[in-house]
Each structure stands twice: as structure tokens, then as C-alpha cells.
Unconditional design. Structure first.
Length: 320
């Protein structure tokens, strides 16, 4: 099926707990900060348009499982534990935050983790910081050629991976499935009564699907895709809502103008916005997701997309 070599790494970080005493923890063992803080951000560029901005600091939920990573993973981790699984298998690109978070969860809970990485041309190359961090947390990396990776959800491809890599609880790319959407619904519930609009960056759509479902009457959610060509994302969000909640939930839409050229790519304008935001507020926005979402919010405000008196809650899904 075109698979290539696996890689492992070593670190001074503690090994997975099941490597020495056979104990697997439940997600309740994770020490998280919930609800995440909601702070006011004063910025004259928004205030002149009558827009009030709040930052939903989901990046402070957990140092290794920040933001939507914890929210999308915790119900999956519970399902894995209840089914007796001792391993997790998931998917991602070379710079996937989801792979890093899954590896950290495995280390903390005593679960073996396997990350199937897009691109067998990466096998044998030095690991980038994201993949090095995942392997330091005990994750086994398995590099898969791109044509096969695109077919990763097909039963025969998945069965071949599990046969080669061992039995495991499978979590999809980005962690987005029905359980993830249900987990992210708590984010929307935490914002009820606090804002008119909730803004969030979108990769695979799971966070937006749950966020919108959890918001109250009269509230809206706006998702800012970070991948180029995200027209398909609306279908994915709707599919996730159907699987998680039985149908479309909440008032939501996508604004796909701020991807900056694609995943982990940027533009001079976006870079300048991020640097200016950091200088004004002492908070450097994470560039892959958060900066693009904030740039979208500020641009929409200057375009008059928000009526005077609108309060926007911007979800900070990760740390820099």
C-alpha cells in the first residue's frame, strides 16, 4: 500500500505510563482549566466601529493539550478507555498540532500512540520540531505516501494500517469526528450570554461544528478556514453536525478569505498584522490558526460586517 519506514525518538520527558507499570489512566486524570478564561481586549481599531472583542483563552486549558485539542480529544479518549484500548492511531501532516496533542495525551494517560504522517518522502529526513516533539512523547511515526494517505478512511487501507501497526482506537485527521464535535459543544455553552458572535479558526471543521451547536439563541459563529480551497469545509461541518447532533445546529458560516495561501502559509499583510497585534497587546498570536482568525475579525470589522454594539468572542485555540 505504499507505506514507508517508521521512526521513533527519545527524550528526557517521562515515558508513557503503560511502558513501565501497565497502568492506563482515564481522561479524568488530565488536569485541565475549564471553563477557559474570557478576557476583554481593548483595541481602538475595533472600538471606532463599535465592536467589542473578547478573547476566549482556550490556549490555557492545558499546557500540552491546549484549546480545541483537548476539547476534541477528551470524549475520544474516554471512548478508547471504555472499550479497553491501550493504543491510539491517528493521522496528520508534518506540522500537525493534532499529532503533537495526541502524543502528549498518550504520554499522560499511559497509551501507546501511532501517528500516520502524510508524505513518505519525509521518511529518513530529520524530524521537524512538531514531529520531534511527538516522538519525544512516545509516538511512533509511520510515513505514508500521499496517494494512499488520501484514501486513509477507506476500510481496506485502514485495516492494512492496523494490521501492520497493531490494534488501536482510531482518531481521524485533526481529531474531528462526532465525539469531537460533542466535546466542542461545551465551548459554545461557555460563551452563552457573553457575545453576539463567536469566531474560530477552522482546519477540519470539528471545533466549529460543536461551537455552533453549543451557542444560545441569537448567537452566531464564524469559522475562518486556514486551508486554501476550503469550499468543501461547509459540507464537512454539516456532516459532523449530522453525525453528532442529528442535523444542522446553530447559526454558522465560513469566511475563507484569510487562509494566507494555505496551511502554515502566510502573506506579508498577515505577518504584519500578527507583529502589530503582539506589540499592541503583548500576546503573539499563533500564526497557523489564531493569527488568521484574528486578521479576519479585524478586517470584517473595518468592512462594517458587525453592527455597532456587537461583541465578538475570538477563540484562541492554541499557543505560539
Amino acid at each position: 500500500m505504499g507505506a514507508r519506514a517508521s521512526a521513533t525518538g527519545s527524550s528526557s520527558r517521562p515515558p508513557p505510563r503503560n511502558s513501565d507499570n501497565g497502568r492506563v489512566e482515564t481522561p479524568d486524570a488530565l488536569q485541565v482549566t475549564l471553563p477557559s478564561p474570557l478576557v476583554v481586549l481593548d483595541d481602538e481599531r475595533l472600538l471606532r466601529h463599535g465592536v467589542r472583542l473578547l478573547l476566549k483563552r482556550d490556549d490555557l486549558i492545558h499546557p500540552d493539550l491546549p484549546g480545541n485539542k483537548y476539547r476534541k480529544l477528551h470524549l475520544n479518549l474516554r471512548a478508547a478507555a471504555e472499550a479497553g484500548h491501550r493504543a491510539l492511531l491517528t493521522f496528520g501532516g508534518a506540522y500537525s498540532n493534532h499529532l503533537r496533542a495526541t502524543a502528549a495525551a498518550g504520554r499522560l494517560l499511559g497509551l501507546r500512540t501511532v501517528g500516520v504522517v502524510r508524505g513518505d518522502e519525509l521518511a529518513g529526513r530529520p524530524l521537524n520540531p512538531s514531529l520531534a516533539r511527538a516522538t519525544a512523547d512516545g509516538m511512533r511515526l509511520h510515513f505514508l505516501d500521499r496517494p494512499t494517505y488520501r484514501r486513509k478512511a477507506e476500510p481496506e487501507v485502514l485495516a492494512a494500517l492496523l494490521d501492520r501497526l497493531g490494534p488501536a482506537y482510531v482518531i481521524p485527521e485533526g481529531g474531528s469526528n462526532a465525539l469531537a464535535a460533542r466535546g466542542c459543544a461545551a465551548l459554545g455553552r461557555e460563551l452563552r450570554g457573553s457575545a453576539d458572535i463567536a469566531a474560530v479558526a477552522c482546519g477540519t471543521g470539528g471545533t466549529l461544528a460543536g461551537l455552533a451547536a453549543g451557542l444560545g439563541p441569537g448567537q452566531r459563529a464564524i469559522g475562518f478556514p486556514v486551508l486554501k480551497g476550503g469550499a468543501f469545509l461547509a459540507e464537512d461541518v454539516l456532516r459532523l453536525q449530522r453525525e453528532a447532533f442529528g442535523g444542522r445546529r446553530g447559526d454558522w458560516r465560513l469566511d475563507d478569505r484569510f487562509h494566507g495561501g494555505g496551511y502554515a502559509r502566510s502573506t506579508p499583510e498577515l505577518d504584519a498584522f500578527g507583529a502589530d497585534f503582539a506589540a499592541r497587546h503583548g500576546l503573539a498570536p499563533e500564526p497557523v490558526y489564531v493569527a488568521k482568525m484574528l486578521y479576519g475579525v479585524f478586517t470584517a470589522a473595518t468592512e462594517g460586517a458587525f453592527a455597532p454594539g456587537t461583541t465578538v468572542a475570538a477563540v484562541v485555540t492554541g499557543a505560539r
